[in-house]
Design a protein around this ligand. Structure first.
Ligand code: GTB
Length: 223
């Protein structure tokens, strides 16, 4: 059965693939699984019909037969659970790949996401610059440790896994900040993830959806 995921009807990221449907799309592409996308407006996210699928009124969700899932990490893990390139078969290696997925979401992402929120919602506050400095220091502490662990390797633990997929998805949020420039090995790691054909397909699909929504919402020029 073809799964259906949800995504923003017009993502506020401007088609940069930064919303959380992106790791889900990427995982589906890596798994060679066809999928459909249901696009939702911001008001529709908060309707009871969507909250029945996602209690917090957010994207993404995943529906396949009688399974409904929310939380991008849980969805990626579910997709990765099938035989395929996202989780190694050997139990210990598999457990370590899952640990990296949690590290991406639970340890690296919090300060990265904090930075995005700060920039969007608190830019006008008198303490903005000071707080940005603090958040950046927390990001650097995480990236120092991550770069140290990655070393010269291509991926975090042997072959590419769902852990790398989620870590790259999180680190991509830092592109606009320039912070990754201080970490050439992490920048190369992100570029390796973004060069994967499955990433490209996922990225192009979300960009095409964004472009189509933009065309639809742009009034025609006056005759
Ligand atoms: N923990 C949940 C998960 O991982 O699935 C979090 C889901 C989540 O944060 N969803 C966001 C959402 O639906 C979209 S991805 N927000 C609407 C709402 O809460 O009302 C977060 C996001 C949004 C926008 C950008 N951007 O513009 O760059 C990037 C990321």
């Amino acid at each position: 059965m073809t799964p259906t995921i949800t995504a923003f009807a017009q993502s506020p990221d401007g088609g940069r693939g930064l919303a959380r449907d992106m790791p889900v799309r990427w995982a589906l592409e890596e798994a060679g699984q066809a999928y459909r996308v249901r696009f939702l407006s911001f008001p529709a996210l908060k309707e009871p019909a969507h909250r029945a699928l996602q209690p917090f009124g957010q994207i993404p969700t995943y529906q396949e037969g009688d399974l409904t899932l929310f939380e991008s990490g849980a969805i990626v893990l579910h997709i990765a659970g099938r035989p395929g390139p996202l989780l190694p078969a050997e139990p210990n290696a598999r457990a370590r790949a899952v640990a990296w997925l949690f590290a991406a979401l639970n340890t690296v992402e919090p300060p990265v996401f904090d930075r995005s929120l700060l920039q969007v919602f608190e830019r006008e506050q008198p303490w903005y610059a000071q707080r940005l400095q603090m958040v950046d220091a927390r990001i650097h502490a995480r990236l120092d440790a991550l770069a140290q662990r990655l070393g010269p390797a291509d991926w975090l633990d042997g072959a590419f896994s769902a852990g790398d997929l989620m870590m790259v998805a999180v680190l991509r949020r830092l592109h606009a900040s320039g912070i990754l420039n201080a970490y050439p090995t992490l920048a190369a790691y992100v570029a390796r993830g973004e060069a994967r054909p499955a990433f490209r397909r996922a990225f192009d699909a979300q960009r095409a959806a964004f472009d189509a929504a933009t065309r639809e919402n742009t009034p025609p020029p006056p005759a």
